[in-house]
Write a protein that binds this ligand. Structure first.
Ligand code: F6P
Length: 538
């Protein structure tokens, strides 16, 4: 395995960063009139404009060198071939097989399950699948968390049109999540999907038990549960033990955060229909093909990854903000938080040594234009430089001249422009003088209204917000994460870091449920435990 710091490219990039790390991007545009097109890539209907990054041609050459020296292309081919690239769990990470077209001889079972999902979805959508009182299904509740929630939630929120049962997503063990959702629904017309790869996730099982009781309390007999409950899992024994008959399966080689393309997407298929699900897979497959075949210099996911590496590892920008300018994509940052931080939030290499470089930055963000009125002040003038991904889906309404759509698009472009260009202080001084300011008042106002600019960002433009483009966008981010994981030399497909807290929560559940002597805890936790027990009079 390759230590990135030992590559010639990493060393060259370190020198380039010291030399040119703070060079102004606007000056790069002055030097190169073709920059806007030379730093733009197209794939599967997505445009990536990375011209606002502080990357020049020399830096670009060395970043491409890093791909070669770190063996990214060989690793990519191994992932596509189904090799066991998830080394710590000795498994493949073969989510790309889930969206390979029927003709590809990847895996027969994948297609079998896909057909079973489509048949079931057709039956429910056509009103042939009936609830215990003989009614058609109007609402689908997906109970699941993490990868068993975030992807399908993002897709359904982005694309649901009202043509099909209404999708609802419950993840949180906080009773308000499930209770508030069920309060709006009728058990006679509700289908619950319990989605859990392991079928051992405490939050999901607790919510599933309550939902089952809600169904019974709503008039269903024990024998009716099968009409309202299905499971999506890779653990048939646990599903049966829970008492759910119908299960849509998937495999251990599908990581939770990469699973929306599997049976985990059943809620998508039910709410949006099999054609939309196919289009989603088709968009992702188009991006897979591009990632697999395009040369490094034209490869969109690779440059999404490399821009991040330059910012994080060489410019020390450790906070990365994602802002989709689309209300329906409001949960994109939540989805990417799991995808990027659960995948690459590691400090141990694939061969068990401490990592030699910084790995994933903090990923955060929310929807534009709302974000502009919350934290963009800090992005423009704060002392922490944050790099951004703007995501801009276009629509026919933009063309039709809907005033709000034009505002939406204009604001997105304007923010990226303002972050890069900043403000010319000379021109500002003239403006303020013309307003009658002078002396201390002028210099204070001048200081407060400075915009240094040179804040890097990517712009990802989607031709439209539909299944194809959303599939392509998500696949591009999955591959970004993969490329970064290879360069940082971490295993992007395990998540051991979530285990310890789960075990401790198990102990604390016991401690909270009994009045006896609690198990051993650190002094802070013990004091907090006693504070809760006091409140609960236990
Ligand atoms: O706790 C983290 C995690 O294991 C994620 O990786 C996963 O997506 C989520 O929990 C849900 O797991 P499951 O699908 O097994 O319920």
């Amino acid at each position: 395995m390759i230590d990135p710091t030992q590559t010639q490219s990493w060393q060259a990039l370190t020198e380039l960063a010291a030399d040119r790390g703070d060079q102004r991007t606007v000056a790069l545009f002055d030097r190169d009139p073709e920059r806007a097109t030379r730093y733009r890539l197209e794939a599967a209907g997505i445009t990536l404009d990375y011209s606002k990054q502080r990357i020049d041609d020399d830096i670009r050459t060395q970043l491409a060198g890093l791909v070669a020296e770190c063996g990214v292309e060989q690793a990519r081919d191994a992932m596509f071939a189904g090799d066991h690239v998830n080394t710590s769990e000795d498994r493949a990470a073969w989510h790309v097989a889930l969206r390979a077209p029927e003709a590809a001889p990847m895996y027969d079972e994948v297609h079998e399950i896909r057909h079973a999902m489509a048949d079931f979805a057709q039956e429910v959508r056509a009103g042939q699948w009936r609830g215990f009182a003989g009614d058609a299904i109007t609402d689908v509740v997906n109970i699941g968390i993490g990868g068993s929630d975030l992807g399908p939630r993002l897709i359904c929120e982005s694309l649901y049109t009202g043509d099909g049962p209404r999708p609802h997503f419950v993840a949180n063990v906080d009773p308000h999540d499930l209770d508030d959702t069920l309060a709006r629904l009728d058990p006679k017309t509700t289908l619950v999907i319990v989605t859990s790869k392991s079928f051992g996730t405490a939050e999901t099982l607790a919510n599933a038990r309550v939902a089952r009781q809600w169904l019974i309390d709503g008039g269903a007999g024990e024998g009716d549960v099968a009409k309202h409950f299905v499971a999506v899992s890779s653990n048939r024994e646990k599903v049966s033990a829970f008492g759910i008959e119908r299960m849509f399966g998937f495999w251990d080689w599908v990581g939770g955060r990469y699973s929306l393309w599997s049976a985990v997407g059943l809620s998508i298929e039910l709410a949006l229909g099999p054609d939309v699900f196919e289009a989603l897979l088709g968009g992702a497959h188009a991006m897979d093909t591009h990632f697999r075949e395009a040369p490094v210099e034209d490869n969109l996911p690779i440059w999404l990854a490399l821009a991040g590496i330059w910012n994080n590892n060489f410019l020390d920008l450790t906070s990365h903000c994602v802002v989709p300018y689309a209300q329906r994509m409001a949960n994109l940052a939540s989805f990417l938080q799991q995808l990027e931080m659960e995948s690459n939030g590691k400090s141990v290499t694939r061969d068990g040594q401490p990592t030699t470089v910084a790995t994933v930055p903090t990923i955060w963000g929310s929807v534009g234009t709302n974000a502009q009125h919350a934290y963009f002040q800090m992005l423009h003038q704060g002392d922490l430089t944050v790099d951004l991904d703007f995501v801009l889906p276009l629509s026919d309404a933009d063309q039709a001249g809907d005033e709000r759509e034009v505002e939406r698009v204009a604001n997105c472009l304007a923010q990226a422009e303002a972050l890069m260009c900043g403000r010319d202080s000379q021109a500002l001084a003239e403006e303020l003088k013309a307003e009658g300011l002078s002396g201390d008042a002028l210099s204070h106002r001048l200081a407060a209204r400075q915009f240094a600019g040179n804040r890097p960002s990517n712009m990802l433009v989607m031709d439209r917000l539909d299944a194809h483009h959303l599939g392509a966008l998500i696949a591009a981010y999955e591959h970004k994460v993969f490329v970064q994981g290879i360069i940082w030399n971490v295993n992007s497909f395990d998540q051991w870091g979530v285990e310890l807290g789960k075990t401790m929560a198990g102990k604390l559940v016991e401690d909270l449920n009994t009045a006896g002597t609690p198990s051993a805890h650190d002094a802070s936790t013990a004091a907090l435990l006693s504070r809760v027990r006091q409140r609960w009079q236990r």
